[in-house]
Ligand binder design. Sequence first.
Ligand code: NAD
Ligand code: TYD
Length: 350
Amino acid sequence: MKTYLVTGGAGFIGSNFVHYMLRKHKDIHIINVDKLTYAGNLENLKDIEKNPNYTFVKADICDKEAVEALFQKYDVDYVVNFAAESHVDRSIREPELFAKTNVLGTVTLLNAAKNAWETENGFKEGKKYLQVSTDEVYGSLGKEGYFMETTPLDPHSPYSSSKASADLMVKAYYDTYKMPLNITRCSNNYGPYQFPEKLIPLIINNCVNKKPLPIYGDGMNIRDWLYVDDHCKAIDMVLEKGTIGQVYNVGGHNERNNIYIVKTIISFIHDNIDATVDETLIKYVEDRKGHDRRYGIDPQKIKTDLGWYPETTFEMGIIKTIKWYLQNKEWMERLTSGEYENYYKNYYKM
Ligand code: NAD
Ligand code: TYD
């Protein structure tokens, strides 16, 4: 029975990962460690909260004592570090918080894992730390080319710079101590449980509420969209088969510009739900400061070395995603109104 310490498991990708892993493996124990910031929501995990293979611990990954206590209490085999401040716009307003959580939090976690796993004869067998990073550490592409694992780091926003800094600390733990670890760098994820401040759920939520749909700049910035379960599958495979010390890029060649994404959402809602929702809701607004133009992943390494491939096409995934948010309008309302904080605090008596 492998024990996974998953941080940030109440957030978007983390909660999808917890669900994915409990569906796929019957013989694992997942300890979800989350500080429950505005982005962490235990409601995302309500259906599995009583699962005997799942434990929730409310803690901050920057809290050294709390993190060390977890490694003393549990014989952790795998650490999967999702916990982070993840929104670029917030990082532009509050860079210090991003440095603290994303860099200091990562080092605190790395160090606690190292102390628990290192012996006089090297690291214990079967242990691994996986850092969930992002393609944004590579910076921005022009019209041609893709990010490869060998592409130099060139982050621009406080968010991507904090993630790149964290990656360098992770690399240092491999180069210096030979700690068993991997880094995954994924493109933009989409799917259920994403906080409605990110493009896709924000646009769906605004369509539902007939609010303007803000498009930064000319709307021609390109992101490489990956359905969240395909990311979860990649992490599972890297944990099991990834060569120690290696970085793996994760993406499925699904590049779309922002205006295409917004028009796809409008058109589905217009045709299937509410004909009054149309492109007149689109509002071009001031561009994001330092807005990266294009991201695009070359996933050849993870495909060739580990046999990973994405299972959900963008066309299937986006419809599934829009439908999920439309079926969970109350969830979106609670999150965007701040109401859910009281909701889950009362519910979980915390
Ligand atoms: P998210 O913002 O939805 O969730 C982050 C989670 O981390 C929340 O549950 C939050 O409560 C928790 N958290 C924040 N600070 C914490 C702390 N100090 N201690 C413990 N928990 C804390 O983020 P997400 O979109 O699910 O992203 C997860 C990870 O994947 C991040 O590391 C992010 O950089 C990376 N990533 C995200 C994407 C994407 O498209 N969303 C793409 C590539 C990589
Ligand atoms: P976002 O979902 O914040 O992810 P990231 O910046 O990490 O890629 O944004 C995706 C793209 O959508 C990005 O180019 C910024 C743009 N965007 C808008 O045009 N309007 C919005 O309201 C938001 C949140 C994003």
